[in-house]
Design a protein around this ligand. Structure first.
Ligand code: SF4
Ligand code: SF4
Ligand code: FES
Length: 245
């Protein structure tokens, strides 16, 4: 085990005028997770340190934070990923800090809800579940991995500039249902994101794709929706031309 220094963002809006950074020393092996280090600090040195965690295995998405400047899950990153020395932990950017590494994700989930992140179908399932072919399921198999950790949204430079922009994670959920063969609201869903603060807000910085801990090709999903919208518009234009002739 080596001694590691963690410099952690601290801020309690109820008592502190300004945020500050506090340094802690912990003994940690190279294959231990950053989350293990945080737990060791909280359990053995400073019980006031606040952060979220639950599953510890990259499933719940609750321990998303900025680690050495990049949004990531503390349970997925190992000490050796940072080559020793000092590791800086900060809350996810663009969100309001509730305490230390905990941010207010309500605005994030409100935007996810805007895209109606659930299957809409008037048909009752023919069997116990609504089945789809392997080919259809493959179309959404990457997007389905989203754990709503908010890393992508926090890393997106457009979100930082424009709080109305829907952001990458809600657009991944829009994609997931637009291209689900069992959903009946494709046209409405496409219309719902066809505006400057929807898919057209994305300017292809790819930051979302770079940070996604589930390796979802976020930007590709957004661009696929854009193409689908354009395809619909071209089809409508052609139909209109044909009826005029
Ligand atoms: S690709 Fe689009 S959504 Fe992703 S970070 Fe860039 S602007 Fe944001
Ligand atoms: S798309 Fe990736 S980074 Fe964004 S919320 Fe989902 S899992 Fe997290
Ligand atoms: S604690 Fe659940 S994803 Fe890290």
């Amino acid at each position: 085990m080596d001694e590691l220094r963690l410099k952690i963002f601290r801020f309690d809006p109820d008592t502190d005028q300004e945020p500050r950074y506090q340094s802690y020393k912990v003994l940690a092996g190279p294959s231990e997770r950053i989350l293990d280090c945080l737990n060791r600090i909280k359990w053995e040195q400073d019980g006031t340190l606040s952060y979220r965690m639950s599953c510890g295995h990259g499933v719940c998405g609750s321990d998303a934070m900025k680690i050495n400047g990049r949004c990531a899950l503390a349970c997925q990153k190992l000490v050796k990923d940072y080559g020793g020395g000092e590791i800086v932990l900060e809350p996810l950017p663009t969100f309001r800090v509730i305490k230390d590494l905990i941010v207010d994700l309500d605005p994030f989930f409100e935007k996810v809800n805007e895209v109606r992140p659930y299957l809409i179908s008037s048909d009752p399932p023919k069997e116990k579940e609504r089945r789809q072919s392997q080919e259809d399921s493959r179309r959404v198999s990457e997007a389905i991995r989203c754990i709503l950790c908010a890393c992508c949204t926090a890393a997106c430079p457009v979100v930082a500039e424009n709080e109305r922009y829907l952001g990458p994670a809600p657009l991944v959920w829009a994609f997931r249902y637009i291209f689900d063969s069992r959903d009946e609201q494709t046209v409405e869903r496409l219309k719902g994101v066809d505006h400057p603060d929807g898919v057209w807000g994305c300017v292809n910085y790819f930051e979302c794709t770079r940070v996604c801990p589930k390796e979802i090709p976020v930007t590709k999903c957004i661009n696929t929706i854009k193409r689908e919208i354009e395809k619909g518009k071209t089809k409508n234009r052609n139909n209109h031309e044909n009826t005029k002739q």
